[in-house]
Design a protein around this ligand. Sequence first.
Ligand SMILES: O=C(CO)[C@@H](O)[C@H](O)COP(=O)(O)O
Ligand SMILES: [Fe+2]
Length: 238
Amino acid sequence: MMKSLIENQFIKKINKSGENNMVKIAPSILSADFSKLGEDVKRVDKAGADYIHIDVMDGQFVPNITFGPALISSIRPVTDLVFDVHLMMVEPERFIEEFAEAGSDIITVHAESTKHLHRVIQQIKASGVKAGVVINPGTPVEMIKPVLSMVDLVLVMTVNPGFGGQKFITECLDKVTELAELRKEKQYIYEIEVDGGVDDETAKECVAAGADVLVAGSYVYKYDDVSTPINKLKEAKK
Ligand SMILES: O=C(CO)[C@@H](O)[C@H](O)COP(=O)(O)O
Ligand SMILES: [Fe+2]
């Protein structure tokens, strides 16, 4: 997608106090119907989604296997929405350029997945896309402090990665609050995204803690009319 369009949708909504005016919704296509994936992407686009969240799993970092760059290329023509690509793979540095070329707008890598987190983030930025860092429920914010000044997005997992439809882990919200406070104190520019077990109820807790972007898979795609859950999630900030 056009770089200027990404900038518009991305950083501009962060105002001077470091808080977004509205919460963004990132439906996860992990819970879409893969036999009609393009249609399922279009449905959430039409319903007001902000990002398309794409879960890449390698069967090693997590006990599940999903998509690669070819799938991302194939759905790229279907929408102009930001592709938020969540890499759950060991040594993501091996594939950054492929995922960037396939049409990713944001690539997020797990702090636990590489020995060279700082270098991978540099690599993502050099490939011309936004860079994000992800932490598992068992990983403290302390571990990513050295890269917080470099990233455009921090993703806080609110379930253990690998599967959709799991129960929200409330304790992870303390990290969202900590990241929001750090952003304010140090004038960082990252968005804070949460992923896992998000529905209309847990969304309110996430927003209250300071989340700017809500990923939701099973909650969105269980509805025939996906504008219902997307609107309910947006109301979490009203
Ligand atoms: O990264 C992941 C899972 O590892 C997620 O993005 C899931 O797709 C979220 O699914 P729900 O918990 O919303 O059903
Ligand atoms: Fe995800």
